[in-house]
Design a protein around this ligand. Structure first.
Ligand code: GN1
Ligand code: MG
Length: 363
């Protein structure tokens, strides 16, 4: 393994790297905070992109360039601007550097005095998230999705994940008998009829492809430690053409579950309607300008589907012996699947309330 400090010095970080420490809780890429001897700033983010998740990481960097060019033409004067990560180029002028083992590294600016959260602790945070996601979608609403590469083809295509699950499950003969596993398998099997709801609506032309973030979970929003407002939306690796529904569903399955993705007690997992309302109110206020009535009609389905889909992805990875998501113990992906399925079940239980809320907020 090549020392990260050596990699950091391949980039123009405004100073020499003094030390490098792990940053964040990402389940896919390796992320580090670099401290440099630069007099201003003095920090940068260094990341090794996971090539199994992103076979062509150059596309991520090209998408980021397209986004930053677009944003430059769009800065609206009254907006509190949402900062997006800036690329720090390598000393050879490229947007990335490769290590001797073929590892793909990139550097981004670090936003000082900011913090991330794993779970929502007050409704003000949820309002901030809704406003920021709405602002991001508004910002890219006139950016042609054809200009963006699909960095992860099939991302959030639930029928695709279901087919993979069915295939892996059929071959998984070496799994020890386990009630948690059989419950999860049965839960997944029973929801086959719902998996194509969004893709079918897309095929029928009811839902249009737009530029989406792809992974707007709570801890990808940076909060200012002083004002407690959101200053930035990070982790744009999965930004690509998709349905805004994927983003709204992903954001809510993350924010409106106060127990988080890995709670000690699965019984604590539920879909919090107050958090949902706090997030959707500013989101829809912003997004009404570009969402159609068909878009609105599928929001409930998206909320249910994306939490189910994430559970299905965790379950499939468990059956495949944890080759995709980082884990600390065997069984963690199964536990994560149980959590998302419990959340899905609670969303289903609240279907009428969630639909009424969406109808009222978008009226
Ligand atoms: C992964 O790497 P990270 O933690 O930002 C995953 C998301 C999941 C999330 C669950 C490329 O995101 O889709 O929702 O874990 N990203 C990818 O925590 O698969
Ligand atoms: Mg991510």
């Amino acid at each position: 393994m090549i020392p990260q400090r050596y990699i950091a010095d391949a980039f123009d970080l405004g100073g020499r790297a003094l030390h490098v420490q792990p940053l964040g809780r990402g389940l896919i890429n390796d992320t580090y905070l670099v401290t440099t001897d630069a007099s201003i700033g003095g920090h940068a983010v260094l990341q090794r992109i996971n090539r199994r998740a992103f076979p062509q990481p150059e596309m991520i960097m090209q998408n980021l360039r397209v986004l930053s060019d677009h944003v430059r033409t769009r800065s609206r004067s009254n907006d509190r601007p949402l900062r997006l990560p800036k690329i720090l180029t390598a000393r050879d002028g490229k947007d990335f550097t490769l290590d001797a083992e073929g590892g793909f590294w990139r550097a981004l600016d670090y936003i000082e005095n900011s913090a991330t959260f794993e779970t929502v602790t007050d409704l003000k945070q949820a309002e901030e998230v809704g406003a920021a996601l709405g602002q991001f979608h508004a910002l890219v609403s006139d950016l042609d999705p054809k200009r963006m590469h699909a960095t992860r083809p099939w991302f959030h295509n639930a029928p695709h994940y279901f087919a993979r699950f069915a295939d892996v499950a059929a071959r998984a003969t070496d799994q020890p008998a386990n009630t948690e596993l059989s419950r999860c398998m049965a839960f997944a099997d029973a929801r086959e009829p719902i998996v194509s709801v969004l893709e079918a609506a897309k095929q029928r032309g009811e839902l249009a492809l737009r530029v989406i973030h792809g992974d707007p979970k709570l801890d990808n929003f940076l909060f200012d430690t002083q004002t407690r407002g959101i200053v930035s939306l990070i982790d744009l690796d999965t930004m690509q053409p998709g349905l805004v529904h994927y983003d709204v569903g992903d954001c809510l399955r993350s924010c409106a579950n106060p127990a988080g993705e890995s709670p000690k007690n699965v019984a604590d997992v539920h879909f919090d309607l107050d958090i949902c309302r706090a997030m959707l109110t500013p989101y829809l206020a912003e997004a009404k300008a570009f969402l159609t009535s068909d878009d609105i009609a599928y929001l409930y389905d998206a909320i249910r589907l994306i939490s189910f889909e994430l559970g299905l992805r965790f379950l499939t990875d468990h059956l495949e012996h944890d080759t995709y998501f980082k884990t600390e113990w065997r069984g963690q992906n199964l536990h994560r699947a149980t959590v998302q399925f419990q959340l899905t079940a609670n969303i289903e239980k609240n279907e009428r309330r969630i639909k009424t809320m969406i109808a009222n907020l978008s009226a």
